[in-house]
Ligand binder design. Structure first.
Ligand code: GLV
Ligand code: MN
Ligand code: MN
Length: 417
């Protein structure tokens, strides 16, 4: 195995990463589950903790108009390597999805902040707050703003309580008029790299601690709103009902069948809200979401089209009012081949095991937005059982230490030109 140019104590890095994971994982809106949504008091507390770690690591800290915490390490050249991930979570989340990438970035940048070390480029560690879309319908607002592709129309989108993004920003102490100023000038950002747990079983099955991501999956989100008629559960005959929930049940089955027919596509209806949601009342309204993914953009588009037309047919047959709104549509994002090779070489030097394993990402990531600014790369870390979006999510301290050491190795060999 070639000798790493930047020797570090892997177990020490892993132990520090785990302590930090546990500290962030304790910041939640609820006592028994990890829930940390964008622009909430919990987001504030997590951002403050991350900012403290950045300062302790020798980074200069700022926060932009979407709440992204930025830790900057000055380099001798004008360009910057961006390293990031997110600190928001899904409801009842695990502790590693997102925070690991932020923590790895801080530990790696802190390594180069030590006296006697200097880099020919700056490093910015970014802690984004809106990757999961667990508060507002669209996701990646914070990374889109950094990339200079934030759509101001999103400011009017509301959360489940009707609070718009603009209102939530105001409560968080932010001024949306400052959003454009936070975008990186194109020439400044040399690349974006993210460490993330795999959230799938491939690395574990192949007995690898780390893997290099080839591409991030394309995604379409559709919000389906069905209007029927409320009625008495005991008195309205079955043939005279306009039951929005019975229609929704057909639609959930449809999503599963379409994805099963078209291999390479996965479809999930993960959210359903029912009105009035009572045992003895026929449902008058149901809203549901469809999350459709594939690394084959054409297959994803075809399934989305069939879904729309068959949902229309279901609604017509059942005499239900229908609106379908597309809240997200993003093509597959390839990771930069040159950065993949650089990461792969770092993985081999640090973790051994020969040629690094390369794999696609079925999960969405901030890199999808950052790719509109600069080349992107991702390093995946094995997680137990491939389990994620689940409190049982786990990555070992050793694997996390290997990931941070690999990131340090990558930074040390990165050429910003
Ligand atoms: C984010 O984790 C996503 O892939 O939905
Ligand atoms: Mn994530
Ligand atoms: Mn996630």
């Amino acid at each position: 195995m070639a000798t790493p140019a930047h020797s570090v104590d892997i177990d020490d890095l892993g132990a520090r990463a785990e302590t930090m994971i546990m500290a962030l994982g304790a910041i939640s809106a609820e006592p028994t589950r990890l829930v940390r949504r964008f622009l909430t008091p919990e987001h504030r507390r997590a951002a403050d903790l991350v900012a403290r770690w950045m300062r302790d690591g020798g980074l200069a800290v700022s926060e932009d108009a979407l709440g992204t915490v930025r830790g900057h390490l000055k380099g001798s050249g004008p360009r910057r390597l961006l390293i990031g991930s997110h600190i928001d979570t899904v409801a009842d989340a695990g502790k590693y999805d997102g925070p690991l990438g932020v923590i790895a970035g801080i530990l790696a940048a802190a390594h180069f902040a030590k006296p006697g070390k200097s880099l020919p480029f700056g490093v910015d560690v970014l802690a984004f707050g809106d990757e999961e879309g667990s508060r507002f319908p669209a996701t990646l607002a914070s990374s889109a703003a950094c990339a200079g592709v934030f759509d101001p129309a999103r400011l009017a989108q509301g959360d489940v309580d009707g609070t718009t993004l603009a209102q939530a920003l105001a409560v968080y102490g932010k001024d949306p008029r400052q959003i454009p100023a936070g975008a990186y000038p194109r020439g400044d950002a040399a690349a974006y790299v993210e460490v993330h747990i795999e959230q799938g079983p491939v690395l574990e099955a192949r007995q690898r601690a780390l893997g290099v991501v080839t591409a991030i999956v394309g995604q379409t989100y559709l919000a389906v709103d069905l209007h029927g008629e409320a009625g008495h559960a005991g008195t309205v005959p079955m043939n005279l009902r306009r039951d929005a929930l019975a229609g929704a049940a057909e639609i959930v089955r449809l999503a599963e069948e379409l994805a099963r027919d078209q291999r390479e596509v996965v479809a999930t209806v993960g959210q359903l809200s029912v009105e009035p949601n009572a045992t003895n009342v026929i449902a008058s309204r149901v809203m549901l979401t469809l999350d459709l993914r594939s690394t084959l953009d054409e297959s994803r588009r075809q399934v989305a089209e069939r879904f729309r037309s068959e949902v229309r047919a279901i609604a017509d047959r059942r005499q239900l009012g229908l609106t379908i709104t597309q809240t997200r549509d993003i093509n597959t994002t390839p990771c930069d081949p040159r950065l993949q090779d650089l990461l792969a070489a770092a993985v081999t030097r640090i973790a051994g095991g020969g040629e690094a394993l390369r794999l696609g990402s079925g999960a969405g990531h901030d890199g999808q937005a950052m790719a509109r600014l600069c080349p992107v790369a991702m390093l995946f870390v094995r997680c137990r059982g491939g389990v994620s979006h689940n409190p049982l999510e786990y990555a070992s301290p050793r694997d996390m230490g290997l990931a941070v050491a690999t990131l340090i190795e990558f930074i040390g060999n990165f050429d910003p030109k």
